[in-house]
Design a protein around this ligand. Structure first.
Ligand SMILES: [Zn+2]
Length: 264
């Protein structure tokens, strides 16, 4: 038996509980009919033109993404705006979309835990605990062996498959590392308060880098996409496991997503 869209939404609500999402966010089942049977589904970071093309080619009935397919309120839906064209493509082809954004960032085993594991952190704790829970945004942990900033940057490039990373060098050896997948530079002060010597995130602006470096904390911009992509394979594995435990025969595919920003 194939899972329905509602069955998969329920599995996702278990992996990334919607009550962990930030108040400004938009998560959950955002497009589609709950009763549609799903023979094939696809996991992706974004609903992008290349992901929708793959979904159509593979004939999938559902896409699960990290970034919300609908974020700001939609007042019209025409093909004049690229996001709305993709929404139309999904709706017209009966493809449902579930998005788990900050709910997946905060969840145990989500974006930030996967990133912490990739970077080899131990004794990992939540940087900004959610109200009344052990989950929350960001993580902080210890490297088993302290590294120079250059060596740590090499390690990040290797595990996240990046050509290069931007590094703000505060002169500290790297041992206590805070991180936040995506755009986490707003949490520099929390990372400092938690005693991190190094902060890893994406989308770091100039003045945010100054704030980190002149406060004595190294900062590494490993890109928004690069710090979030590792969760996608983990998500696919966990959904596939729960589907088979539930006796469902739905096939789980992982989209191929190119780096949107490349270095020339
Ligand atoms: Zn993101």
């Amino acid at each position: 038996m194939e899972a329905t869209v509602n069955d998969i939404a329920k599995i996702m609500d278990g992996i990334a509980p919607p009550n962990l999402a930030e108040s400004w966010d938009n998560v959950g089942l955002l497009v589609g009919r709950g009763t549609t049977a799903v023979k094939k589904m696809m996991i992706a970071l974004d609903v992008s033109p290349e992901v929708v093309a793959q979904a159509l080619e593979q004939n999938v009935q559902m896409i699960v993404t990290h970034h919300p397919v609908i974020f700001t309120p939609v007042k019209k839906m025409t093909d004049s705006i690229w996001q709305h064209k993709l929404l139309l493509d999904c709706a017209e082809n009966k493809i449902a979309v579930y998005s788990a954004h900050t709910s997946l960032d905060s969840a145990l085993g989500g974006v930030n835990d996967v990133l912490a594991e990739k970077l080899g952190l131990r004794q990992t704790e939540v940087l900004l605990p959610s109200a009344g829970g052990e989950a929350g945004l960001g993580r902080i942990g210890i490297l088993p062996v302290a590294l120079t900033l250059a060596k740590f940057a090499e390690k990040i490039k290797a595990v996240l498959k990046l050509e290069r990373v931007a590094v703000g060098d505060a002169g500290s050896i790297v041992e206590k590392v805070a991180l936040c997948g995506g755009a986490g530079a707003d949490f520099i002060d929390e990372a400092l308060a938690a005693g991190a010597d190094t902060f890893v995130t994406g989308d770091v602006k100039y003045h945010a880098a100054q704030q980190a470096v002149f406060s004595g904390m190294n900062i590494i911009d490993a890109t928004h996409q690069g710090t979030e992509l590792p969760v996608i394979n983990m998500l696919a594995d966990r959904i596939a496991l729960r589907l088979s435990a539930g006796g469902f025969r739905t096939q789980v595919l992982v989209a191929k997503e190119r780096k949107i920003l490349q270095y020339l």
